[in-house]
Ligand binder design. Structure first.
Ligand code: ADP
Ligand code: MG
Length: 400
């Protein structure tokens, strides 16, 4: 789960990481009064969306008077911001962060990520801050400094000093850098974050280190024990289909193909997507209904999959162990009836109560396309989707 910049800054502040004075606002009137409260002569107004690259996209703008801050906030709030990371449709800006503008002398990158190879949190720093770290990694990998952290002892002072030295921080800046690095590390560890990033970390004209941008990502599987983090979740930033799926206990991930998938078990769901791809098709989603899926849960799964306008056909692939094919079939019939589904539905059922399940489908008035196995199901689903799309696809050799 991701959170907004202002939320990350609030968290980091509690760990002694210096951030500019500022506040999130929802209206232009609030923006002007916050600017007045902060004081000074220059402020930045920053769109709060879950995306980087806002600066280049016009989502970080400087106001030189209190009234200009209001004008900028008014323009930003309610607009759609398109960045390199949002896709062409962009993101609707619901709120902006108004903060003191700093005079930047130098920009650095500071990050903490879980390195899967060493299975440890790794501190990453670079003298090339402000820009995308991926670009630095690609063009000048020698400018990226890494330090692996031993979880038994945590991040130690000497490691911080070593990294700070390598990116060119000296003198009075060294103890500041140590404090910031250790603060971010403790904040990450205390909240089960999987990533924390300050980009840029800057030296200001008064010789202070300051975190101007901050991002944190949290482990979804640990959210149950971090209610203070769960609370920060912003559903506006998430795919509404995925939000609904979570509420119904379904695992759904939207993809960009046209064959909707309803499957039990993550492994079988992956195999189903592979089989669709093997037959030249593209899955519209990953969906795992889990074990012991009730008819209601199956009907909910249809509801979510069908919200994607690209879906041309749905493939249901169930290998029932804990599940019951009769419940699945009952759910399918409920969905067909209540959601008035007209598109071709391909069903492959196997396992517990399969005879009862097939009987329910066969005696219904709906023209299901029944498949005998996974490969057959995928082939039929892709053929139906292509028929609707008007595509002619030659059969694979073994099918011909
Ligand atoms: P993004 O990474 O989404 O582009 P940032 O918060 O990093 O957004 O802002 C982009 C750039 O804007 C920064 O690299 C920095 O140069 C400038 N900037 C951001 N916040 C401030 C601030 N408070 N004062 C001065 N400049 C800022
Ligand atoms: Mg940034």
């Amino acid at each position: 789960m991701n959170i907004h910049e202002y939320q990350t800054k609030d968290l980091l502040k509690r760990y002694g990481v210096p951030v500019p004075p500022g506040q999130v606002v929802h209206t232009d009137v609030q923006a002007t009064s916050v600017a007045e409260e902060i004081g000074g002569a220059r402020w930045v107004v920053k769109a709060q969306i879950h995306s980087g690259g806002r600066g280049k996209a016009g989502g970080v703008r400087v106001g030189n008077s209190v009234s200009e801050v209001g004008v900028i906030a008014d323009e930003m709030i309610g607009s759609r911001l398109v960045t390199q990371q949002t896709g062409a449709e962009g993101r609707l800006v619901h709120r902006v962060l108004v903060e003191q503008a700093s005079t930047i002398v130098r920009e650095f990158y500071l990050g903490l990520v879980i390195d899967r190879a060493t299975r440890r949190i790794t501190l990453i720093a670079s003298s090339e801050g402000g820009v995308e770290i991926e670009e630095v990694a690609q063009h000048t990998p020698e400018r990226i400094i890494k330090e692996v952290i031993d979880p038994a002892v945590g991040l130690l002072d000497f490691q911080c000093r070593k990294v700070a030295n390598k990116i060119g921080l000296k003198g009075a800046l060294l103890p500041q850098a140590v404090k910031i690095m250790k603060g971010v590390y403790r904040c990450m560890r205390d909240h089960d974050a999987v990533m924390a990033e300050i980009n840029p970390l800057v030296i200001t004209d008064s010789g202070q280190l300051l975190a101007l941008d901050a991002k944190m990502t949290f482990d979804d599987n640990a959210l149950y024990r971090r209610p203070e983090i769960s609370e920060l979740r912003d559903f506006d930033e998430e795919d509404p289909k995925e939000v609904e799926a979570t509420a119904h206990g379904l695992n759904y991930i939207a993809l960009d193909g046209d064959v909707g998938c309803i499957v039990n078990g993550a492994g079988l769901a992956m195999a189903t997507m592979d089989a669709i791809a093997l037959h030249g098709g593209r899955p519209a989603n990953f969906l795992d209904v889990g074990g012991g899926a009730t008819p209601k849960k199956v009907a909910n799964a249809f509801h979510i999959v069908l919200q994607d306008p690209a879906v041309k056909t749905i493939l249901i692939n169930i290998f029932a162990g804990i599940n019951r094919c009769d419940w699945i079939a009952t759910g399918i019939i409920q969905a067909m009836r209540d959601q008035n589904i007209k598109m071709p539905i391909i069903v492959r059922l196997a396992g517990t109560n399969v005879e009862e399940g097939r009987a329910i489908l066969n005696t219904s008035k709906f023209p299901f396309i029944i498949a005998g196995n996974l490969d057959d199901a995928a082939a039929k689903a892709v053929a139906e989707a292509n028929k609707i799309a008007g595509k002619v696809v030659p059969l694979r050799k073994e099918q011909a």
